[in-house]
Design a protein around this ligand. Structure first.
Ligand SMILES: [Zn+2]
Length: 147
């Protein structure tokens, strides 16, 4: 008699495939998607290289599909309005200026497009800091004030 077990995603009983003895998710499309999502979330938590590669791949995709979100927002007005509403709410919860801040500090060395390591300023002095690898595509730069 075949043994059944309970799917980690939907909880329904299923019979493991003969070639996957340690199967923990049933074969339904949704549960296989959940399995891949869980695997990726686990990987992102434990594997610095994987996290770094994912960040680079996503940055590369965004760089080569720079109009994707602009077009998505144009085609989905409800999504755009919801985002605007949520941003307004976040802005109103803050006690300081909105995100679009024109008071930009102009550094003598202009910031170029490329990969940067981004970390929380409060954690910058801590040895084991949380850092993100980010890709910055400079679209426009502040003009330097006359010296
Ligand atoms: Zn399932």
């Amino acid at each position: 008699m075949k043994s059944t077990r309970l799917c980690l995603s939907c909880g329904n009983p299923f019979v493991p495939l003969p070639h996957v003895p340690r199967q923990r998710y049933c074969s339904s499309k949704a549960c296989q998607r959940a399995r891949r999502r869980d695997w990726q979330n686990h990987r992102l938590r434990i594997d610095d290289d994987y996290r770094d590669n994912q960040a680079r791949a996503q940055a590369k995709w965004r760089a080569s599909h720079s109009s994707y979100w602009r077009e998505y927002r144009a085609a989905h007005p409800a999504y755009r309005e919801r985002n605007r509403g949520m941003q307004r709410l976040r802005n109103s919860r803050r006690n300081f200026e909105p995100i679009a801040n024109m008071d930009v500090t102009v550094s003598p060395q202009p910031l170029g497009s490329g990969f940067y390591v981004l970390c929380d300023a409060h954690e910058a002095g801590v040895a084991n800091m949380n850092a993100w690898t980010v890709h910055i595509a400079v679209l426009s730069a502040p003009t330097a004030p006359p010296i």
